[in-house]
Design a protein around this ligand. Sequence first.
Ligand code: UT7
Length: 337
Amino acid sequence: MSNKNKLIPLKISGVGYCVPETVITNDDLTKLYDTSDEWIYTRTGIRERRFVSGEENAIDLGYKAALNAIKKANVKPEELDLIIAASSAPPNLYPSIACRIQEKLGAGKIPAFDITAACSGLIYTLEMARAYIGAGLYKKILLVATDNNSRLCDWTDRGVSILFGDGAGAMVVEEAEDGVDDILAINIKADGSIGEYLTLPLTGQNCPLVEPCEEKPVHIKMNGKEVYKFAVRIIPEYIDKCLEAANMKAEEVDYLIPHQANQRIIEAIQQRLGYSDNKVISNIKYYGNTSAASVPIALAEGVEKGKIKLPSTAILCGFGAGMTWGVAIVRLREGIC
Ligand code: UT7
């Protein structure tokens, strides 16, 4: 963790989200393989999820979430200095999602790039933005977390494909002119030695002059049990570290807004914090696991549905492929979503 005292303070000024329209229920999935609403709901807390249709993709979802976030932030696209998108399910490796959103927004020729930190993506981009704003390099940054995993699932693999949903969240962060830093603590980490728990191999094929070979399908592979054990061990540990860095007790933070990966993981973290249900934001039942987008969707939708009152404070946390993880304790100002 860097020394926050030396940084220019950061303000979270707008948060938005977008989910596709098509709803696929657990009962619908029984048409694909041997499963049941009861199995999926009791193991994961998921009842339904949203999927893109036709040509819609992570860029479209991210663009709509970005429009909502910049509107809330009262920022014009041409005022932005930088766009960072986090995705592990982009429609193209290049051009990047961030470049396409820059063009769609009419944001001018500002720098724009994507990062891959899977479901920790939003927390990773927040830490990057904090460094850029903190150092005085940029004043207004758009973060977009958008994933379209439905195109990357193996639809014969019932152990993985039941989990995911599509969606996007976006956040505008700016230099805080009032000097109040909205990042009370943040910590991102990775452990590449356990990267095989969750993979999306882009194997391609060798040159046919070298050897004949068949193109391999591109599918998410996951060791669900190991990811589960990893998450319930690492996230509470890093929440504790962040609480200590922020000099706060768990009960002093208003909400837990966790990555929506599995309701049982959310409940394990909740139990460790001793939080009542009204402090814990969970919408996994309706959206499944939307990867990087899940934290900003839970935040913006939580405010929209009246589950989160503003102003307040929240623990945001994510974990995913890499393996990566991140925790942030943030101030949520009035009117940001
Ligand atoms: O953001 C990405 C992070 N990913 C995660 O957070 C995933 C964390 N892990 C999980 O959420 C859980 O591991 C899963 C929900 C994915 C799976 O639950 P599990 O309790 O670990 O189940 P399992 O894979 O060990 O499977 C248990 C049994 C197996 O049957 P047998 O071998 O015991 O007879 C599976 O074949 O359940 C069976 N099974 C299913 N049955 C009905 C697996 N998937 C299904 C299914 N419907 N969809």
